[in-house]
Write a protein that binds this ligand. Structure first.
Ligand SMILES: Cc1cc2nc3c(=O)[nH]c(=O)nc-3n(C[C@H](O)[C@H](O)[C@H](O)COP(=O)(O)O)c2cc1C
Length: 474
């Protein structure tokens, strides 16, 4: 058997990485969509007698993925595999703590977004070597897609037992194949896997590439509750401070002011239209009942030629219809990307199969007291960017959050404000932020998030503040 890590694949990997960096640099033209990110896929497998290997090869061929064999340090002889005789394999399977050693090193795993993990079923479970493999490497944030072969058993408890060995991975449900599964059957299975990678935040450029191919700034200004001249001044002050994302909604009643502020900033030479990312939303009820008119009204009130991102503000009985109408605006070039606000796992599971364009973004309430730790990895695993509203706790709660002793201590350690710590914590979780403020000093401070970073320990301390405490009704 050949060891799985070869110099050639490492070389191609490096080559692939440099190509990726070049693409990211090109995507700097905010006016043009880049191609949506593609997942880097590895097919890793263990196979004692070659059955799983054949299917792994079919999958890797089809997905254009790297193939890598998990090789035991001590090879299994035919006698080791004589099951129900008390052979070596029987003994290992009878001992949950057994961890047969793996040959070589697989540090290049870090480069992959998705790992298809193949193995034979041994006594209804994955061979213990798969446990060795999962415990040895860091699978945080990676998607793992298990598949197995067996004589006749199903995938059994291996489909869920393995999760505890890589708890920070996003696990797909596994699939069992018979030994004589054809190439076509594997291709059909592989074609239906949702393998879009999680969008990667580029904190140097302060942007993230959406699945629509457009770049979005990872921090912006929320404008809920801003009206009239206060709103116009806040938006212009934000643009002057370098904020490049303005979030509004039909329901905020301030789209006209937002449009006016941006047009003024353009004519004053502060920004170009293509530098500013504008999000708006249509509301349930009347607006979603007549989505064509309500979306056109948003465009008219903003008066900025196009909208960068249109969100459905909340789930509604007409939400699918409204979204499909919005898809037509994307095809017509009047809206660039689509997304959802206040959508959670259950709603997404029902909604997504009914629409054509995968949302680029989901915007939900997220702050240290309401962290959505179950929701965020799920949404991100679909290649959808998560953005948090109320990042500073929301009306009536901001003071308590900003004075939380843990936050204050971390802020003091970095010589920044509590707000900056909370916003930075979001960014390090790949959650985009849109704090609202009309105070130019606060607006500026909320953009200064890139000269410091939180340690893992500080991130964990903030993670521990979660109370599941929602501060608004949505
Ligand atoms: C130790 C051992 C235990 C096995 N236990 C099962 C089992 O519980 N159910 C089953 O259907 N097949 C079982 N098999 C058969 C293998 O799962 C099957 O032949 C598999 O396709 C072999 O894959 P491979 O050639 O990639 O090693 C077992 C095989 C061995 C060696």
């Amino acid at each position: 058997m050949k060891p799985f890590f070869c110099i050639l694949s490492a070389f191609f990997l490096l080559l692939g990485l440099s190509v990726c960096s070049a693409q990211a640099a090109e995507s700097g033209d905010a006016g043009q969509p880049s191609s949506a990110p593609k997942a880097k896929i590895l097919v890793a497998y263990f196979s004692a007698t070659g059955t799983t290997r054949t299917l792994a090869e079919y999958a890797a061929d089809f997905l254009d993925a790297e193939l890598c064999e998990i090789v035991p340090e001590t090879p299994y002889t035919p006698a080791d595999l004589e099951y129900y005789t008390g052979c070596r394999a029987d003994q290992e399977q009878a001992d949950p703590a057994a961890r047969p050693a793996i040959l070589g090193d697989m540090d290049h795993l870090a480069q992959y977004d998705v790992i298809l993990l193949g193995y034979p079923i041994w006594h209804g479970q994955a061979p213990r070597m798969i446990s060795t493999f999962l415990e040895r490497y860091d699978f945080s944030g990676k998607r793992i897609v298990p598949f197995c072969t067996s004589h006749s058993s199903g995938i059994g408890s291996s489909d869920t037992d393995l999760h505890a060995l890589a708890p920070d991975a996003v696990w797909h449900s596994g699939t069992r194949f018979a030994g004589d599964t054809s190439r076509e059957e594997i291709e059909a299975w592989a074609a239906n896997l949702e393998l879009t990678p999680s969008a990667v935040f580029d904190l140097e450029r302060r942007t993230v590439l959406l699945n629509s191919g457009y770049e979005m700034p990872v921090n912006g200004l929320g404008t809920y509750s801003l009206h009239g001249d206060v709103c116009i001044d806040a938006v212009k002050s934000a643009l002057a401070s370098g904020v490049r994302l303005i979030d509004t909604a039909s329901a905020y009643g301030n789209e006209e002011e937002i449009g006016q502020a941006i047009r003024e900033a353009i004519s004053e030479g502060t920004v170009r239209r293509e530098d500013v990312f504008v999000t708006t939303k249509i509301y349930p009820g009347d607006e979603m009942e007549a989505p064509e008119q309500s979306i056109q009204s948003c465009l008219d009130r903003l008066g900025l030629e196009y909208v960068d991102l249109l969100l459905l503000h909340h789930p509604d009985r007409n939400d699918v219809r409204a979204y499909l109408a919005a898809e037509q605006f994307v095809r017509d070039g009047k809206i660039r990307s689509l997304g959802l606000s206040n959508w959670y796992v259950e709603e997404l599971e029902t909604f997504l199969p009914q629409v054509t364009v995968t949302p680029a973004l989901v915007q939900n309430e997220i702050h240290p007291y309401y962290q959505e730790n179950d929701e965020i990895p799920y949404i991100q695993s679909l290649g959808i960017v998560v953005q948090g509203w109320y990042p500073l706790g929301g009306r009536g709660h901001t003071e308590e959050l900003l004075n939380d002793p843990v936050i204050l201590e971390i802020a003091a350690a970095h010589d920044v404000s509590s707000a900056q710590v909370i916003l930075r914590w979001n960014l390090q979780k790949s959650v985009a932020v849109i704090p609202g403020s009309s105070n130019p000093e606060h607006i500026r401070e909320n953009t200064e998030l890139y000269h410091f970073s939180l340690t893992e320990e500080e991130m964990s301390r903030i993670n521990a503040l979660d109370r599941g405490e929602k501060h608004d009704w949505y």
